[in-house]
Design a binder for this molecule. Structure first.
Ligand code: GAL
Length: 392
């Protein structure tokens, strides 16, 4: 992926910003530890060239977060900032510590993709006290009034898209994703959810279940395990191995008398690959065209894109991380220029304390037949990467 090239074109090259030290979300702090407060006190605006922006990402075990981190960093650097980019290995205390350090070192703004969306209130209070604007990246930070802005995708719609692709794969909906074929099944489907401490997991689930429920009610879809609550379906920290283990357990506990799984709602490609491995280890083989279960996904990770091209995974959801990163950069620039960033949603994302102004991006369903147009033609993955299943 050529994130640097893409972002450099998209973010402009303004190198100096006037920082309104006294504005609510302003970046200039009066704290001596601030690296960015360059002029004296009073109400006079501080002026700096760039400054450092702290970017906290959850983990490097998933390639999407590496891509997000790289893309945000490249965009901020192209806009004239230094960047302190940290990954936290999916460990909550590590992420808290990293953010503490960013605040202490006087960053101008924080861009955070939280591991546990409820665990950062203390850090965010410190950020607010220091006048550091906080941008919640992809995952909403909850239970804090000190979240200034949220950049993400339309997460409910992502869930709708996941369920829609499952229905298409099962032949209940036509390829247009709208028209019912009249197929009545019943189809055996199992349901997976993400990590309950990630606000997104609840939105994906809600969108998916709302879409599947009429077909469950009609008996077209059955869930033989009976595990239809998000708590039963959840996957702590979105771990592939955890999903693989749960699928193995479902196969041995439920699918004993010759019954076969025909579809699996999976909300993230890493989980999808664990689920597919469990199915293959239990003797399911071939492609979805031969009857391999229809497994959904999310993030268009390259290993899953290859599985889709090979007919093994049925679908994924493409959330263009380049656009998300670009949006985060735009929002940071607005704050550091003393302006309010533009929101396109001011109703949906209540974090438990306030509704956080948000900018939502749109996502697309990826099937084998649109990998080329969505992912290759847009430069997200090259044809060689799709062929090999590995990022170059
Ligand atoms: C979610 C994110 C998904 C996926 C998942 C696992 O918060 O919205 O796109 O990446 O985490 O990393």
């Amino acid at each position: 992926m050529k994130f640097r090239k893409f972002l450099a074109a998209g973010t402009g090259a303004a190198l100096a910003f006037t920082l309104a030290a006294c504005s609510g979300g302003g970046a200039g702090t009066t704290d001596d530890s601030s690296a960015d407060a360059t002029t004296g006190g009073g109400d006079a605006p501080a002026v700096t060239e760039g400054g450092t922006i702290g970017v906290a990402m959850p983990t490097q075990t998933s390639e999407r977060w590496i891509a997000d981190g790289d893309a945000v960093k490249a965009g901020l650097e192209a806009a004239g900032y230094d960047v302190d980019l940290q990954f936290a290995n999916d460990d909550i205390p590590t992420q808290s510590q990293q953010i503490d350090n960013m605040i202490t070192s006087g960053v101008s703004a924080l861009i955070i993709a939280a591991i546990d969306g409820t665990a950062l209130a203390q850090q965010l209070q410190q950020a607010a006290d220091a006048g550091i604007p906080v941008i919640s990246y992809d995952r909403l930070i909850r239970d804090s009034e000190n979240v200034d802005f949220y950049v993400t995708f339309d997460n409910y719609n992502v869930g709708v898209q996941q369920a829609t692709s499952l229905l298409v794969g099962l032949g209940i909906l036509d390829a247009d994703g709208v028209t019912e074929t009249g197929e009545t099944g019943p189809f055996n489907v199992e349901l997976f959810a993400g990590s309950l401490d990630d606000n997104n997991a609840h939105f994906f689930w809600a969108g998916a279940i709302d879409t599947l429920q009429p077909f469950i009610d009609a008996g077209t879809i059955v869930v033989p395990s009976g595990q239809t609550d998000i708590e039963q379906a959840a996957t702590l920290r979105w771990q592939q191995e955890t999903a693989q283990k749960r699928m193995e357990d479902l196969l041995t506990s439920t699918y004993t008398g010759g019954d076969k799984v025909q579809g699996v709602l999976s909300p993230y490609d890493g989980l999808s690959r664990g689920i597919i491995t469990a199915l293959q280890n239990a003797g399911y083989s071939g492609t979805t065209a031969d009857g391999f279960p229809v497994v959904t996904g999310q993030d268009a990770e390259i290993a899953s894109v290859k599985l889709i091209a090979d007919g093994v995974q049925f679908s994924t959801i493409f959330k263009d991380t380049r656009k998300l990163a670009d949006q985060a950069v735009t929002v940071a620039q607005a704050y550091l220029a003393g302006e309010e960033p533009e929101a396109n949603d001011t109703e949906t994302y209540d974090n438990g304390v306030k509704v956080v102004p948000s900018y939502l991006l749109e996502s697309d369903i990826v099937y084998a037949d649109n990998i080329q147009s969505l992912l290759v033609d847009s430069g997200y993955w090259t044809a060689e990467e799709v062929e090999s299943g590995q990022a170059s």
